[in-house]
Design a protein around this ligand. Structure first.
Ligand code: GLY
Length: 367
């Protein structure tokens, strides 16, 4: 892996990071022998309004590309949207030598990657993540998927992008709650993989950090660090046999929270908000089953609770979550599997937890 202050690259997929990443994109298109008229830019309503003008300004060479728009939001990550996009690509004359450019957050890169994997048995694509969650996690590593109903990421492929272009300037127009949601994935990366990163962020006030400009030194360093760690994991375990599983810390319950609130009642949770709650529960399970010291557990809870508002886990919510976990359990043979931590920065994967333990973890979250 080559790391400089501007560009981070790994062998498999080049990941360009920083203000000059569009220069690298131009070179990448040249090396792929792709001209703008064969490029299809996939956007949602928000990224069309806020990010496409920035892309045109920074990468004028893409002006002649065809724009494909969907409404956006987690509900759009469906087979119906994929079919719609495949039809649009066909109608616009795309073929296997065209290039799909996914300009957006995790929904756009997951869905766009899925569409690219399936279109004519596979067309190349590039991710240009515009959300924090996309920049530090979703856009890197070739995981593509759609949801089935409200069950997340049930159909998908490992299908690596030809490149990832990370321009921190996109974060300027990102609403605060989306920045907060993405920050949860940085906390996750720190807690499972990088003790110094955890030591660094736990000293910060989350609110103060979220209000700092995206071009500040602090943000650029945090982004570069998170991206570098994610890249290193993907390089060693692209197919998620072992190490990469650690990135699911907080996600077993996080996905269940997200699915439960997506189906109503009440306000849906953003992915990172659900993962933040899931990490508090996973930290509790870690203290019961993986030796995480109580002092660390309380510190993790206090830190996450200082940045993310808590939702109520009523008996009804608890039952709904348990029902969703039964679905998850069926897929895992022998209980719900959790990623736990023995101490911050050290993950233990595939730990089976029973219903009573999960119920206690939900009570601990609620306390
Ligand atoms: N988002 C978790 C992973 O890429 O494995």
């Amino acid at each position: 892996m080559k790391i400089s202050s501007r560009v981070i690259t790994v062998e498999k997929t080049p990941v360009f990071f920083g203000d000059d990443s569009f220069i690298a994109l131009k070179q990448l298109l040249k090396s792929l022998h792709i001209s703008a008229r064969r490029v299809f830019i996939f956007v949602d309503r928000g990224t069309k309004q806020y990010c496409l003008p920035v892309l045109y300004e920074k990468a004028g060479f893409l002006q002649g590309a065809t724009v494909l728009e969907i409404e956006g939001g987690e509900q759009s990550k469906s087979l119906a949207s994929a079919e719609n996009l495949w039809s649009m690509l066909l109608a616009e004359g795309a073929d296997r030598n065209s290039l799909l450019v996914n300009l957006g957050g995790g929904v756009i890169s997951d869905l766009g990657g899925f569409v690219a994997a399936g279109f004519k048995r596979g067309m190349p694509y590039i991710n240009i993540p515009t959300s924090l969650i996309g920049q530090v996690d979703a856009s890197i590593g070739g995981k593509t998927a759609v949801n089935l109903g409200n069950i997340k990421n049930q159909v998908g492929f490992f299908y690596a992008p030809s490149g990832v272009v990370i321009f921190p300037g996109f974060l300027k127009t990102l609403p605060l709650e989306h920045l907060r949601s993405g920050f949860a994935e940085i906390v996750k990366i720190a807690l499972v993989m990088d003790p110094p990163l955890w030591q660094r962020i736990r000293k910060q006030s989350v609110e103060k950090l979220l209000k700092m400009p995206s071009e500040s030194k602090t943000w650029k360093e945090l982004l570069a660090k998170a991206i570098t760690i994610k890249n290193a994991i993907i390089r060693d375990d692209y197919r998620e046999k072992k190490l990469r599983k650690g990135l699911n810390f907080g996600h077993t319950l996080g996905h269940a929270f997200e699915a439960y609130f997506m189906a109503g009642p009440g306000k849906p949770l953003l992915h990172g908000e659900a993962v933040a709650a899931g990490m508090i529960c996973a930290a509790y399970l870690s203290s019961c089953k993986a030796g995480l010291p109580m002092s660390e557990l309380l510190e993790i809870k206090e830190f996450i609770a200082s940045g993310f508002s808590k939702f109520k886990v009523t008996e009804e919510v608890k039952q709904g979550i348990m029902d969703l976990l039964i679905h998850d359990k069926k897929n895992q043979q022998g209980g719900n599997r959790f990623v736990l931590i023995t101490k911050p920065g050290h993950a233990k994967i595939n730990v089976s937890c029973d219903e009573n333990e999960i119920s206690e973890a939900l009570d601990f979250y609620q306390e």
